[in-house]
Design a protein around this ligand. Sequence first.
Ligand code: KIV
Ligand code: ZN
Length: 557
Amino acid sequence: MTAFDHRKYKPFPPIKLSDRQWPDRVIDAAPYWCSVDLRDGNQALMEPMSVEQKKRLFLLLVDIGFKEIEVGFPAASQPDFDFLRLLVDEKLIPDDVTVQVLTQAREPLIARTYEALIGVKSAIVHMYNSTSTVQREQVFRLDTDGIKQIAVDGARLLVEYAARYPQTRWTFQYSPESFTGTELEYAVEVVDAVTDIWQPSVDRPAIINLPATVEMSTPNVYADQIEWFCRRVARREALQISIHTHNDRGCGVAAAELAVMAGADRIEGTLFGNGERTGNMDIITMAMNLYSQGVDPKLQLGAMDRISRTYKECTQLPIHPRHPYVGELVFTAFSGSHQDAINKCLAGYQPGDYWQVAYLPIDPADLGRSYQEVIRINSQSGKGGVAYVLDREFGLQLPRWMQIDFSQRVQQRAEQEATELSPESIWQLFKESYVARKLPYHLEGYQVTRRDKQDSLVAEVSVGGKPVSMAAAGGGVVDAFVQALQGHSEHRIGVVEYSEHAIGQGEDARAIAYVLLTVNGERVCGVGISEDIVNASLSAILSALNRSAAAAQTRAA
Ligand code: KIV
Ligand code: ZN
């Protein structure tokens, strides 16, 4: 037996709630958001934020549109106290923003908390004490009445101290900390005892925050706990039920979403899920989830680059490249089939339509991301992705047969280099593969005369360094040139496909021609680029012949 013994753990008991309503509910409005970045988030940093960093983050949170921001635990930390005073003294708290502070239910801490808040227009005093079985029995060594008494005494002190500072609009908040490990009947008993003191009303509600201090179960169980609690708690209409999930099992956002379905009105969380251990629930992810369902999240997240840069600079934490909605790679497709599908959907998408693009749950442009990064090329990419990049960056519209031919070369190169290929290196590879080859054939000049839908062509071609003049007529220059070439070589040449278009506009415009030939029965592609279309077409044919010759040489070697 190894130390990895699952019998050490017991399963979380399900909640008895057979008539649960939450599974049928749909979230159709944003909850009230409260950012706890400057408290729970800051507390969890190896190096807590400096005053400057906190100030920057606070201003960012205000810009994003948070109306409730927990700014610290001023009675427990002098830097938190000083930061709150700075916000007040520098008048940085907008009138429509309420700051929240955390305190334990002890008089010296409560007194100091109110002192820190002097001069604040509107504040939430958030008091907590631990109520779970483990905390009661093993940490505080108090029975249920003893723990309830701490909460009740604290609730009284909040009222008493608030009365000393009538200039501030006070809201009281209570958290039965470690709620998820607390017997539900007991959690309701403690909360009812607290609200007996506070006597909240519909006009002056109290906030009851039910934290998953440690995430202990699947999110559906948390949702059951919230629905159960909301049904039993007294004065429900005078309470704002808030939730505060942590991410120990990796489901912090899911738990918060189900909790809202189960009746929660408000969510405490952080940007990008920063916070104790595996973090708090990530408000950005949940807000974007709402947005992607057509619900206004009531947060301004469009300038996501600025948000993530400020976050990283303030917290000194990275953002995972696959972080939902925000990571550097989340809107990037390397896989060929994904690229193909995205390409087709984007081509058909019209502004004003519902967003329906395969593999992209939201429009990257909504977060200030560009389409340039959507399709990137590595050895897993297919023809669609390569074609997309050449079109987007260089204006090339490769016909399908050309895409197939070139994507094989791209794949080989990506495998050799074992890395992503930049658009510039793909373009270089394209030119190197098709356009740059000048041996054995190179077009030196030509003349075309058109009469009765017949083109008569005289071409000067360098063949292995020797000038050769050749002439022929045909149904077009391509046809005529193929005839002429056949007269001067052993090759059997047939034209299978041909395509051309302009690249660029105005004076800088050039023509590009693509051909698929059979040369002695083998298929080979060629490309010509030139200021004039006839030159491009003839060069494309010679490009195919040069490639055929190179392939024959390789086979012979
Ligand atoms: O996670 C938690 O329980 C907390 C409380 C103080 C609300 O952060
Ligand atoms: Zn927390």
